[in-house]
Ligand binder design. Sequence first.
Ligand SMILES: *Cc1c(COP(=O)(O)O)cnc(C)c1O
Length: 351
Amino acid sequence: MSGPDNNFDWDSLTFSLTKTEKMYVAECNQGDAWSPGNILPYGNLSIDPAAGVLNYGQGIFEGMKAQRTANNRVILFRPEENARRFQRGAARLGMPPVPESMFIDAVEQVVAANSSWIPPSGRGALYIRPVLWGTGPIMGVAPAPSYTFCVFATPVGPYFKGGLSAIDLLISEENHRAAPGGSGGVKAIGNYAPGMMPSKNAKKQGFAEVIYLDAVEHKYIEEVGAANYFCIKDNVLYTPELTGTILPGITRESIIMLARHRGYEVNETQVSAEFAMTADESFCCGTAAVISPIASITQGENKKVFGVGGVGVITRELYDALTNLQTEINEDPFGWLHEVNLNLALNISNE
Ligand SMILES: *Cc1c(COP(=O)(O)O)cnc(C)c1O
């Protein structure tokens, strides 16, 4: 593993794992305070087979991007929000929360240590994956005795090559993502495996992803796979309100603020599938794709097709507004961009 060579084809990158050189690792015993970790060569970790994370899924993750802007600065987008969500997730799963400043420092060190892998402006991003696992051995179902906080990164291409394209979705009739009182509101690793077969089966039928309805009434839209949902009707935006079963996406919150800033009314409310099928535009959002326009939604025998080609006017406006803010083509009135100093001192260990 080494940095990309001079003729590395940045345009060949997709949203997949390309290993980089360095990762960050810190460890902490239950009951102790975290102390900062080290930058290590990227590679395998050694883990006890009785680790809490391997047996009982005690783990959470985050997903963030470092991007080179039009001004050739390297920025993170609202990293404090990821840090806070990571703390809430840790608390929910009985793990010691990583302090916000340590989380951001770890992410910055990983970006700086792998800076040769940050794609040129407009040609992708360095995707950053912080994870927190219960790595100490435990047999009873209880919090593990020790924890590992690891941050690694991989360069990814732009989600949509050749511009925005709209996706076809299927409402899942059999599966739900999260139930009230469960862990749907945090990025618990255990939330994701149960969605793999529903999503794979939908793909076999030609859909890009499934839409999950609420687990109580099976009426209200919750999420699109692992992305948040919006629809637009008569120039008003609607998105499912955060009730604990929906992951509070940072892209979701940013779109709400950006849309209101641009004069749109935004309602965080219950959005029934029935209502969604009458909307003018519809999209889903998350860090990876930013905004994915929805071309159609199918529920049983019913299929709703949005607009012509599926990329609605307001959807495109919001996509452009958010991505242009993130790449400093437009200004950032909210102070969302966090510059990474690539010369920052690294806590290197070669163990
Ligand atoms: C991560 C995630 C999102 C999107 O969150 P962002 O902070 O916008 O990346 C939405 N839904 C689920 C289930 C997620 O895991």
